[in-house]
Design a protein. Structure first.
Length: 336
């Protein structure tokens, strides 16, 4: 049986710049089955789910349900459930946690402040092991169940602070996960890779292998960050920050077709210039293009074939010194 994950792997689809985007995550423990839209299709009161969707819109806070790996009994009578809040911006990452008897308590949160990274002393500071959240929602995509659940169970048996999570995007990269507090996502993951990622997170580092990007940034910035890390071999999580992303307007070209009067039309793929800064004062401008070349593949199981929308780094220019040269993108990232 062909799956979206198989098609993506066989086409060597690029992982960089594919992570879900959110600067702050609200994670709510919810046992039992999950539907495709878990906030309103699970044993969480759907009125609470809809209210959370409305309250977090435009705040840069993303809500997801979590549960411990293993059998998913319908624990309607569970008296308490765990909540986590995690902010993933460089230099300001944090995790706060609490337990509640009624998840309606989450509706009282100041989501605008949380999205901006201000927890205002809310709840307790989380001091445990890095959190590993593995996407396992088979109702969203079967690859997440087939590949994610075994990985989550293996991690749990090994003592990793692992949770199953409802949806973090990128089914075709299953098993997919992200690691808190830094919010870097990984795809096509193995237990060995996760072990390395957790060990690195304990030391304030990340692993670049199979990395999809940091959720705090949009996708062009995710690709730019990983490209500079690859160039420098920089693993310290907070050593780099994205300080700006500018859209590059395409240069017009003359039409030789049926356009009246040969008027200019836009050409070229969507392009961005991303400014990346190092904590030691160095800085770079990274050119990122969104390309759709490559073998057609489904975005998820059952979806029609379509061209991939991949983030391609085409140049990295140092701006630390006047007249500094442009470096080619690292060989391990797509050059097109």
């Amino acid at each position: 049986m062909s799956t979206c994950a198989t098609a993506s792997r066989e086409s060597a689809e690029t992982l960089a710049g594919t992570a879900a985007t959110a600067r702050t995550w609200l994670l709510i423990e919810q046992t039992g089955p999950w539907g495709a839209k878990a906030l309103t299709d699970s044993h969480l009161d759907p009125d609470i789910g809809r209210a959370l969707e409305t309250a977090t819109e435009g705040t840069d806070v993303r809500v997801a349900l979590i549960r411990r790996p293993g059998r998913h009994a319908d624990c309607y009578g569970a008296p308490r459930r765990r909540l986590f809040l995690a902010h993933t911006a460089p230099g300001r990452s944090w995790i706060r946690t609490t337990t509640v008897t009624d998840p309606r308590a989450a509706l009282d949160l100041d989501f605008a402040a949380l999205g901006a990274g201000d927890h205002r002393g809310l709840w307790e500071r989380y001091t445990g092991e890095p959190l590993v959240l593995v996407c396992t929602n088979g109702k969203r995509d079967r690859c997440c169940a087939l590949l994610g659940r075994p990985l989550a169970a293996e991690l749990s048996r090994s003592g990793t602070e692992a949770w199953e999570v409802t949806h973090i995007g990128g089914h075709r990269f299953s098993p997919t996960l992200f690691v808190l507090p830094f919010g870097y996502a990984y795809g096509r993951a193995s237990a060995h890779l996760v072990k390395d990622a957790v060990e690195a997170a304990r030391d304030g580092r990340i692993t670049i292998d199979h990395c999809r990007g940091r959720s705090a940034w949009d996708r062009p910035a995710q690709a730019a960050d990983l490209a500079v890390r690859e160039l420098l071999r920089e693993e310290r999580a907070d050593a780099l920050d994205v300080v700006g992303t500018d859209t590059v307007l395409p240069e017009p070209r003359q039409s030789h077709g049926p356009t009246p009067g040969g008027s200019p039309i836009a050409a070229g793929p969507p392009t961005w210039t991303v400014s990346v800064a190092h904590s030691d004062g160095r800085a770079w401008r990274v050119t990122v293009e969104q390309r759709s070349d490559g073998a057609p593949a489904p975005a998820s199981c059952g979806a029609p074939l379509g061209p991939p929308a991949r983030m391609t780094v085409t140049a990295i220019t140092s701006v630390s010194e006047a007249g500094a040269p442009a470096f080619p993108a690292p060989a391990s990232l797509p050059l097109g």
